[in-house]
Ligand binder design. Structure first.
Ligand code: NDP
Ligand code: MG
Length: 387
């Protein structure tokens, strides 16, 4: 039985991971859970999964949870604030940490989990995008595993099993195309938050759903792929695949192309990130290609979706620029969700923030440099929102 903890257990990734534990209780034991504010759901999860420790990042909510828990016979340790989330990430003999926190808030708990010798099932891509230059050396130093749970990266990772890294030529990330895939570019001016939150294939948290509508999600995934698989940006391509059945592909030096297929269901990549190198038998719905309509592919429209180019540029610039891109995006998406800016202002704010950072970038940033760049970019993006 593998001992796991879930950071962000009340979110989309968190609840889907707990669904795996519910279905395969003989495989996994939940040690720790964390939420930002959703103590009602956390309380339900405590009653169902009996974790040893839980954290509530929002300190104001902790007393309420303590009151709720006082009715239980067996209550977990309760910790609070960002430090509490870190305590859960490092707790006891937990083997694997699922990082389901959204945004750069996941960076410090992930770093501390690595230092405590935990394997990382990485859903929280922002952590690697911002923190890649410091996270990767730590993975090496502490001898832990960084296992991708993002569906595209899981697909690539699955294709790479048994492949010598020197034989990998190119990775091809598939993209659903997001909420506005079929909308003419000129109509993007008028789209609302509600429109952008309607993802055609996946049900996810709000932030990543907006990232999917701008295609920044794919841009972030390009940077994620670069860090995870050590592929040059010139060898990372994107193809629009509206059906989300092929989750990504790799091309080898002899031109052979390998792909991983499955229904759009995050539980499969999450399960593999937790079970690797083993496979666990499931009775989930089988893929039946004969019953499937066409699988189609097209080039992304880079003019319609400027975020893709911004992400490639930030990735190639390296240093703390991906952290700046990520933080500006987080702020812009937050402001869009608050209805303070239009959809098209999102790439504009990110581009301007990155431009303003160019002369401050350093090629080998420390963790402090990255955290500072992150804060600076949030402030700068917010200033641009208010303009
Ligand atoms: P959600 O918004 O659904 O969940 C986020 C979780 O993190 C919640 O438990 C939330 O608590 C908690 N949280 C939010 N902010 C903070 C904070 N500042 N400190 C501590 N905890 C916090 O997000 P998703 O599950 O959709 O996404 C999580 C991550 O996984 C993202 O990085 C996303 O890019 C990635 N991902 C998600 C996929 C998906 O299918 N959802 C697919 C691939 C990657 P609360 O409930 O109180 O808000
Ligand atoms: Mg993905």
């Amino acid at each position: 039985m593998k001992k796991i903890s879930i950071l962000g257990s009340t979110g989309s990734i968190g609840t889907q991971t707990l669904d795996i534990v519910y279905q395969y209780p003989e495989q996994f034991k939940v040690m720790g859970l964390t939420t930002h504010s959703n103590i009602e759901l956390l309380f339900a999860q405590i009653k169902q999964f009996h974790p040893e420790i839980v954290a509530v990042a929002n300190k104001e909510k902790v007393e309420n949870l303590k009151n709720m828990i006082s009715t239980l016979d067996n209550s977990p340790i309760i910790v609070a604030g960002d430090q509490g989330v870190i305590e859960v990430a490092c707790y006891g003999d937990t083997e694997s940490i699922v990082t389901g926190i959204v945004g750069c808030a996941g960076l410090l708990p992930t770093i501390e989990a690595i230092k405590a010798g935990k394997d990382i099932a990485l859903a929280n891509k922002e952590t690697l995008i911002a923190g890649g230059p410091v996270v990767l050396p730590l993975i090496e130093k502490y001898g832990v595993k960084l296992l991708p749970a993002d569906s595209e990266h899981s697909a690539i990772f699955q294709c790479l099993q048994g492949i010598d890294n020197k034989d990998l030529k190119r990775v091809i990330l598939t993209a659903s195309g997001g909420a506005f895939r079929d909308l003419p570019t000129e109509k993007l001016k008028f789209v609302t938050v509600e429109d952008a939150l309607k993802h055609p294939n996946w049900s996810m948290g709000k932030k990543i759903t907006i990232d999917s509508a701008t295609l920044m999600n794919k841009g972030l995934e390009v940077i994620e792929a670069h860090f995870l698989f050590e592929v040059d940006y010139s060898n990372i391509d994107i193809v629009i695949h509206p059906q989300s059945i092929i989750h990504s592909l790799i091309e080898l030096i002899d031109t052979s192309v390998l792909a991983q297929l499955g229904w759009p269901d995050m539980r499969l990549p999450l399960l593999y990130a937790l079970s690797w190198p083993k496979r666990i038998h499931t009775d989930w719905k089988q893929l039946d290609l004969a019953k499937m309509s066409n699988l189609t592919f097209q080039k992304p429209d880079y003019d319609k979706y400027p975020c893709i180019k911004l992400a490639y540029a930030a990735g190639k610039a390296g240093g703390a620029m991906p952290a700046v891109l990520n933080a500006a995006n987080e702020q812009a998406v937050k402001s869009f969700l608050n209805k303070e800016i239009t959809f098209l202002a999102i790439p504009y704010i990110i581009e301007k923030t990155c431009e303003l950072f160019v002369s401050n970038n350093s090629s080998q940033p420390t963790l402090d440099d990255i955290l500072e760049a992150d804060q600076w970019a949030r402030g700068t993006a917010l200033m641009l929102v208010k303009k």
